[in-house]
Design a protein around this ligand. Structure first.
Ligand SMILES: [Zn+2]
Ligand SMILES: [Zn+2]
Length: 273
């Protein structure tokens, strides 16, 4: 049986002033300079790159020092929360103090792998302890807290509610039900939408994107995953965020340029850049 070849992804028409609030440059298999150049050609002027483990966080911070278009977020991913030992905590504390590190993340709750393949993740108690440690680091450094949440709405919202409040809380790749979006914006959190907001079945995400007040909405690629339609399944990169921007602008009944200006301001405030 022959498989239909995947179309090669191309950026949308350039929209000036776009940002990518959460991506993994080191995981795309391309150099930082190449990715930034391609992003700039698509109008993507600023990028926040993230690492999942300590080595990847180091790469993210190095990328942020290499390009003035790139900022870093540093933390240990919830599925790797068991890696948060004393040495790692000490190094993350140093990294969070670096001016090019603008967020502590991604940290949070991921129960997906607990039910699908527990060997691929950390127990929930370990994730919770790691999340609470990262929250305190964000509070202590004044950096934004960047949250990963996969099938962990209840635990996440409970832990955040009884933790000290960081300057900014951003829910990356927002994929939860509309009720969670309402509760999150009521608490002042920022919802960041990725390529899955373009997927046909995800009306609830477009609804969440429509209800987020100005200043509480960001867009991201989460590359190399979450490639927006019409290139779903292909390898993602920051240059492709225009497709997501167009969908979010449609959901919010705005012009794409207006949306780019809005998320640009929010990016500046959340990451203090
Ligand atoms: Zn994530
Ligand atoms: Zn991510």
């Amino acid at each position: 049986m022959s498989k239909k070849p995947r179309p090669i992804p191309v950026p949308a028409e350039p929209i000036a002033g776009l940002v990518d609030a959460h991506t993994h440059l080191a995981s795309t298999g391309r150099s930082v300079s190449d990715l930034v150049e391609r992003a700039l050609a698509a109008g993507v002027e600023r990028i926040c790159t993230v690492g999942d483990g300590l080595a990847e966080a180091e790469e993210a911070l190095a990328a942020a020092h290499e390009s003035d278009r790139v900022f870093a977020a540093c933390a240990i991913h919830p599925t790797r929360a068991h890696e948060l030992d004393d040495t790692t905590r000490a190094r993350l504390t140093e990294m969070a103090a670096d001016p090019r590190c603008v967020a502590v993340g991604e940290t949070g709750v991921d129960t997906y792998w607990l039910t699908h393949d527990p060997d691929r993740t950390a127990p929930l108690e370990v994730q919770e302890e790691a999340l609470r440690w990262h929250v305190q680091l964000a509070v202590d450094t004044g950096k934004a807290l960047m949250i990963h949440n996969r099938e962990g709405d209840e635990d996440l919202m409970r832990i955040l509610a009884d933790s000290p409040r960081p300057r900014e809380v951003m829910l990356h790749c927002f994929s939860s039900p509309v009720e969670v979006a309402r509760e999150a914006v009521e608490r002042g959190y920022v919802l960041s939408f990725a390529g899955n907001v373009t997927f046909k079945r995800n009306d609830h995400l477009r609804e969440a994107a429509a209800l987020a007040p100005t200043g509480q909405l960001l867009i991201e690629t989460d590359a190399p995953y979450m490639t927006p339609e019409p290139f779903r399944g292909a390898r993602n990169e920051p240059a492709l965020i225009g497709h997501t921007a167009l969908e979010v602008a449609r959901a919010r009944q705005m012009e794409p340029e207006e949306l780019a200006a809005e998320v640009g301001k929010t990016f500046s405030r959340v990451f203090a850049v």
